[in-house]
Write a protein that binds this ligand. Structure first.
Ligand code: FE2
Length: 154
């Protein structure tokens, strides 16, 4: 895979950590947007919707866990349906789709992954601010600060 796809796969669920549960694709995309290629943040945002829609051309089926978690008759909210339709026609569709395809491995308890395998890719594709995440005055710096100090008052 292209390094941008690999980076997107590595950080696509970063919005699930901390206090965030709902709309994790949108949160995650905004958190990393100042530091990654636009294609990466776009794909992270779009993966949230694509997870609900199969694409048999790349072997992605509707997740069994969603049937278990949400019920067999579950339908995503209309804004997710609209996001899916927009993403389906987008030039970076397959980047977001690859997140959903490769995410399957993250649920395999037998796969062993070492972060060191990816440090070069992260180094080349994630523009770490010299001040550190949260301290660089980027549009998402407040999100990182909140994760660092979630109980800080005001
Ligand atoms: Fe996700």
């Amino acid at each position: 895979m292209d390094e941008k796809v690999v980076l997107a796969c590595l950080v696509h669920d970063i919005g699930v950590i901390g206090f965030i549960r709902a709309d994790h694709g949108y949160w995650g995309a905004q958190m990393v947007a100042p530091y990654v290629d636009e294609e990466v943040s776009w794909a992270i945002r779009a993966h949230q919707a694509l997870r609900f829609y199969p694409d048999e051309s790349v072997g992605y089926s509707y997740p069994e866990s969603y049937i278990k978690n949400f019920g067999a008759d579950y339908r995503p909210d209309p804004y997710i349906e609209e996001e899916y339709k927009r993403a389906r026609d987008h030039k970076w569709y397959m980047t977001a789709r690859m997140i959903t395809v490769h995410d399957i491995y993250s649920f395999d308890p037998d796969v062993v992954v070492e972060l060191e395998e990816f440090t070069d890719i992260i180094g080349r594709n994630f523009k770490q601010p010299k001040e550190g995440l949260g301290w660089d005055s980027s549009p998402s710096a407040h999100m990182w600060r909140t994760l660092i100090r979630p109980t800080r008052y005001l």
